[in-house]
Write a new protein. Structure first.
Length: 329
């Protein structure tokens, strides 16, 4: 075969093959076919590829719209924190189960609000305000209890339970604890006994001093008992050994009354007025003439208008019989 023929034949075959290949390729979508084959190849590589740990940087991954189900979160977490939660506990402090929320140790809060709260033990180290609280067990208070009113506590003391502070009973069903030394009670019921050490003032009227003196309407008693009634001051006390004294120590009289009678008047000038004296069973009266009423033997009537030759008075010897005695000469 000549060279010219070979060259012509080769050219014909090449052109014919190219035309046939071009015609066949026009029947296919090469771009889509390549894309499908590429995706299949990449998927096969990714599913079978063993990527080493830390082989892909997190910064190289687009996390936009990424989410996962909470059911995928299991196990324990240390150092968990967020804008509203920080977990620094070294042991279990909080459990949530079908019973509710269980706090295993101390619950520390700035403010707590609850419709109903039940607790076996509550410790308050600063302040606690209760609008309406009911305690069915013992209440232990460490520090000072301050209350505007304790009246409702009686309703809460059931089964002879008590309130204690520092382990000492301060209030029980029917008594205040013996350790209570200071109080500011405004009103109490009927007292069966009252023992006071030091000063005592009752009703702004009765005053008892630490020096064993009592004052009525005065807080400066000068005797065992000093009584003031407006401008009158009456004292009761010791005058000397085995001698008692009832006095005013002012320029005032003292009257001893019985019923409507002014029986005895002790005058400030030292004199004594006796309205109807009786000495040793004998009555002493007065008049300007011999009595016309019956008397007892020995009764004496003093003459209020004595004159020369007249008697000083009259003495009863029996019934209506009165005799002169002590003629004035």
């Amino acid at each position: 075969m000549s060279a010219e023929l070979f060259t012509a034949l080769s050219k014909f075959v090449t052109e014919t093959v190219q035309a046939q290949v071009t015609k066949e390729l026009e029947k296919f979508d090469v771009r889509s076919t390549v894309q499908i084959q590429s995706q299949a190849t990449v998927k096969e590589m990714l599913t079978s590829l063993d990527i080493p740990e830390k082989g892909i940087k997190s910064s190289s991954i687009d996390w936009t719209d990424f989410n996962f189900s909470s059911d995928m979160v299991k196990g324990r977490f240390n150092g968990l924190s967020s804008n509203g939660l920080t977990d620094n506990a070294e042991s279990v402090q909080l459990t949530i189960d079908d019973r509710g929320v269980v706090v295993h140790h101390n619950l520390i809060v700035e403010t707590i609000s609850a419709v109903t709260s039940q607790a076996e033990n509550i410790t308050v180290t600063n302040n606690a305000d209760f609008n309406n609280a009911t305690f069915s067990g013992d209440v232990n208070i460490t520090g000072t209890l301050t209350a505007d009113s304790l009246g409702s506590l009686q309703e809460q003391l059931d089964n002879k339970q008590s309130y204690t502070i520092n382990g000492k009973t301060v209030l029980s069903e029917d008594s205040i604890g013996p350790s209570i030394l200071n109080s500011n009670l405004r009103r109490i019921g009927t007292l069966k006994e009252l023992q006071v050490e030091g000063e005592a003032l009752i009703g702004d009227t009765l005053y008892v001093s630490p020096t064993s003196r009592v004052g009525i309407n005065t807080d400066e008693p000068t005797h065992a008992l000093t009584l003031w009634d407006q401008e009158i001051c009456l004292t009761f006390g010791k005058y000397s050994k085995d001698v008692a004294s009832i006095s005013t120590e002012r320029n005032q009289d003292i009257m001893l009354k019985s019923g409507t009678n002014d029986n005895v008047i002790l005058k400030a000038d030292g004199t004594t007025e006796i309205e109807k004296p009786v000495l040793n069973g004998k009555k002493f009266t007065s008049g300007n003439k011999i009595p016309g009423y019956p008397g007892q033997v020995g009764d004496i009537c003093w003459n209020t208008t004595p004159l020369m030759g007249q008697p000083i008075g009259w003495v009863c010897i029996q019934g209506l019989q009165w005799c002169n005695f002590g003629t004035i000469t």
